[in-house]
Design a binder for this molecule. Structure first.
Ligand code: PBG
Length: 328
């Protein structure tokens, strides 16, 4: 050993020499408690439809959803978020607030079968409108203020079904206020709002749109979702949603926006979620299927990284697998 190296007094490697030492100094510990599983709910019974671009993900009828979510809850995952596929689309997305819609039925069945499971619902119109935009569409544009009452109606129908948290993902201005007001007026002061506060216009939603049949017929969502280069604007969006009454806020997607997660964690004390979206899932699954990545290792590394960046909880299609791996 050279004299200079022998003089090294500080050696970070000392605490990395065994798993027990590493456990003692570990700063971030991922657990199933940190995860929320998204599900796509379809009308009907006893059907599971695989989503080709999301291997391992299936659209489920309510009975199948209950079976899946009960198993997930037994694995220690505390929450789910539901996305609905309607039996029929129209210009305003009216099935979004139908009491007999797939999401509303799914919520009722889950709260009955697994009462302690935290049931969240995505509130948006894009799966329900034939133009595929997230609001009322006139003359090539989404009309913000005309959309607010429709979102409020959809959120209220989810609350009536028993949802614990409604999660607006449309990115209309003022929607958290409109939803909070509608819930309170109808006596649902206990229903919470998880706002997709910083939701970017991202290429990573591609597989989701295949799963949910929500690709816009014309144009794109850049007129309402955030521009990917902007981080300070995300802080304004989060501040606004909290002021309007959001109980928790979200950054979405997750991986290309870890700086935004960190920045939000440092600025705000509200619970913060990260959405590890469909395209992020698809990339891992595609590489793992080719033997290019070790799926288990990479998934746990990604989810731990999102927690380290500052997320309190993570919406991820890997939730069930990760919970199983974490329980060993
Ligand atoms: C609905 C919505 C989308 C996602 C969640 N809610 C799609 C979109 O905005 O186009 C994306 C979720 C994912 O990609 O996993 N507006």
């Amino acid at each position: 050993m050279s004299p200079r190296l022998a003089d090294l007094r500080v050696r970070p490697r000392r605490l990395r020499r065994s798993e027990a030492r590493r456990r003692l100094v570990r700063e971030t510990v991922l657990t199933p408690d940190d995860l929320v599983m998204p599900y796509f709910v379809i009308p009907g019974r006893r059907r599971r439809e695989p989503v080709p671009s999301m291997p391992g993900v299936e659209r489920l009828t309510v009975d199948e959803l209950v079976r899946e979510a009960a198993a997930l809850f037994r694995l220690g995952v505390p929450g789910v978020i539901l996305f609905g596929l309607p039996s029929r689309k129209d210009a305003t997305g009216s099935e979004a607030w139908s009491g007999s819609g797939a999401v509303q039925q799914g919520v009722r069945a889950l709260k009955r079968a697994v009462p302690d499971l935290v049931v969240m619902t995505d509130v948006c119109l894009c799966e329900y409108t034939h133009h595929g935009h997230c609001g009322v569409f006139h003359g090539g544009e989404v009309d913000n203020d005309a959309t607010l009452p429709l979102l409020a109606k959809a959120a209220l129908s989810h609350a009536r079904a028993g949802a614990d948290l409604v999660a607006p993902s449309d990115m209309m201005d003022g929607r958290v206020r409109a939803i909070r007001r509608a819930l309170d007026r109808a006596g649902f002061a206990r229903t919470g709002i998880l706002a997709y506060a910083a939701k970017y216009a991202s290429g990573f939603y591609g597989p989701f749109r295949e799963a949910a049949g929500s690709t816009p017929r014309s144009g794109d969502r850049r007129g309402y979702q955030m521009d990917p280069p902007n981080a300070r604007e995300a802080m304004r969006e989060i501040a606004l949603d909290l002021e309007e009454g959001a109980d928790a806020v979200m950054v979405k997607p997750a991986l290309a926006y870890m700086d935004v997660i960190r920045m939000a964690r440092e600025r705000f004390d509200a619970p913060l979620a990260a959405y590890n979206v469909s395209g992020e899932y698809a990339m891992v699954k595609a590489a793992a299927a080719r033997g290019w990545l070790d799926e288990r290792r990479v998934v746990l590394e990604i989810l731990t990284g999102l927690k380290r960046a500052g997320a309190d909880f993570i919406l991820t299609y890997h939730a069930k697998d990760a919970a199983r791996w974490l329980r060993g």
